[in-house]
Write a protein that binds this ligand. Sequence first.
Ligand code: SF4
Length: 279
Amino acid sequence: MCAAVSAGGGRAAARRTASIPRRSRRRKSVAIAYESGQGDGGEQGASEPQRPRWEPRDWRQQLERIREMRRSRDAPVDEMGVEKCYDSSAPLQVMRYQVLLSLMLSSQTKDQVTSAAMLRLRQHGLTVDSILQMDDATLGQIIYPVGFWRNKVKYIKQTTAILKEKYGGDIPRTVEELVQLPGVGPKMAYLAMNIAWDSVSGIAVDTHVHRITNRLKWVKKETRYPEETRVALEDWLPRDLWREINWLLVGFGQQTCLPVNPRCNECLNQDICPAAKRR
Ligand code: SF4
């Protein structure tokens, strides 16, 4: 899926958005932890005993080896991920809209297909106004064959209209507001915050991150849903790795730790992975 951010993802955006005033961050239903002004473990009363922090066995070594396996940066996500889908020379507001749109298209869709659809959309001028002026049939023809393209046409139109009316054509800059948009889930919201706003609010967990962290037992108990995995990972994974982990594991999942028949024989972690299949 077109769903990762590079290890240094969004830094350029950060430099370019440094002077943009922040909107208020009203909290709704999604628990968010912001980078600034908060410690990793939250506050504990002075008299409360310190609870030893759980962390998975061998995780640092496993992480180092995954970094080694990802060193060549030649997975589909590296070449066609969301960071490669938007026009980096466009005005900031347009760039952020394109990031959000590519994330919406990427759900249940291979990076190659999302990337091609984004290229076609950009050839028609991909802005809030151009999408609002486009009829549904044309939009559907352009984005086909992305997964669930009919639903995505509907969601893209609805979301774009909300952006125009409520956010002056920009995208919201909080996860709480982003997940209120039709067709935008938590993983997309965290990635949008990361790439478009250069703000790490949480770990973006897609199917690759969900699957691999369960295989490596980076979650205390097996988790069933990506959101459950996100909460479990954020409980122990140091905050400075939250941005990198999505990019790292998505590419690793595309090349080595495949959903079916993982290439354990080629994996540097085969001797320390609880799920390794040895043949
Ligand atoms: S040993 Fe196999 S299951 Fe474990 S991380 Fe490597 S590829 Fe995935």
